[in-house]
Design a protein around this ligand. Structure first.
Ligand code: PDD
Length: 280
């Protein structure tokens, strides 16, 4: 039987009941994280939990548990479910109260913390061959640094990509590339990795932080700088990163081949370094 976390408890999934007036359900009033599990262990678990608390702080949402409690409950969940290769989805909402845009009184309404685990294989074929992407207008709000439950623009962009047989939508604001619908985006030009700076316009991915650390430690040139769609289309290499996509080569954008149409050497090198990192 599958177990889940419902507030401070580990329950059977069928026992966890969310109210119709949960603010996450009605307003998207909450924040979330997705954490990878490799070999039965959380990968960068502390960093994800830290970002969960940071996102919550930015929307003035108090999580009714400590970071340590969230981590130890999550570890217990994957142990109980026997997850070896998978992921944990967790979210916190502002709780249940009769519907009003105004925050409920925090002394009476506590945040609702839920989490579940799933088995997820590594996307090995796509990691080997690369994927295709489209470009799309970034129509999101101006606080994309918050991992909020409001994902409608991301969902619409990802669906547009899927409708065109593509893996990801690379978003841009008036021609400046920001990130993917559920990933960070990088170009490689003359051996240098370039990605949008960690401002309010992107989510500072945990995988992004690992990639930049790997670049710094291994003498791979990198810059956190804005770049344009034209530079994207003329890049030597493109890759995207996320918890579930890892370091994913992009070999086609808007039907145009990237470089020679195969994953490039800098992307390959980072993939190898990342593989070492995840098996540590
Ligand atoms: N998405 N940017 C956006 C908009 C994202 O939704 C994600 C992750 C990332 C990459 O962040 P990280 O490396 O920390 O996973 C960047 C998750 C996986 C999701 O919504 O499923």
């Amino acid at each position: 039987m599958e177990k889940v976390i419902f507030n401070g408890e580990i329950l059977e999934r069928s026992e966890a009941v969310v109210d119709l007036e949960d603010r996450g359900y009605q307003f998207g009033d909450g924040v979330y994280e997705v954490i990878r599990v490799y070999d039965g262990k959380l990968f960068t678990g502390e960093e994800h939990v830290e970002r969960l608390f940071a996102s919550a702080g930015k929307i003035k949402l108090e999580i009714p548990f400590s970071r340590e409690e969230v981590l130890s409950l999550t570890r217990e969940l994957i142990r109980e479910n026997g997850v070896k290769l998978g992921s944990v989805y967790m979210q916190v909402t502002r709780g249940t109260a009769s519907r009003s845009h105004i925050f409920p009184d925090p002394s009476r309404t506590k945040g609702v913390f839920t989490a579940y685990s799933t088995e997820v294989p590594r996307p090995e074929k796509a990691l080997e061959n690369g994927v295709a992407a489209i470009t799309a207008d970034d129509i999101r709000w101006l606080r994309c640094d918050i991992k909020s439950l409001n994902l409608l623009p991301n969902v619409l962009a990802k669906q547009e990509a899927a409708d065109q047989g593509c893996y990801e939508a690379i978003l841009h604001r008036s021609g400046t590339v920001t990130e993917g619908s559920s990933s960070n985006v990088y170009i490689v030009k003359d051996e240098k990795v370039i990605t949008h700076p960690a401002t309010n316009l992107i989510l500072n991915g945990i995988t992004r932080q690992v990639v930049l650390k790997l670049c710094a430690e291994n003498n791979i040139l990198f810059a956190e700088e804005e770049y344009r769609v034209e530079e994207l289309l003329q890049a030597d290499e493109i890759f995207i990163t996320s918890t579930t996509s890892e370091i994913m080569p992009v070999v086609k954008v808007d039907g145009i081949q990237v470089g020679d149409g195969k994953p490039g050497s800098v992307t390959r090198r980072l993939q190898a370094l990342f593989q070492e990192e995840m098996s540590k």
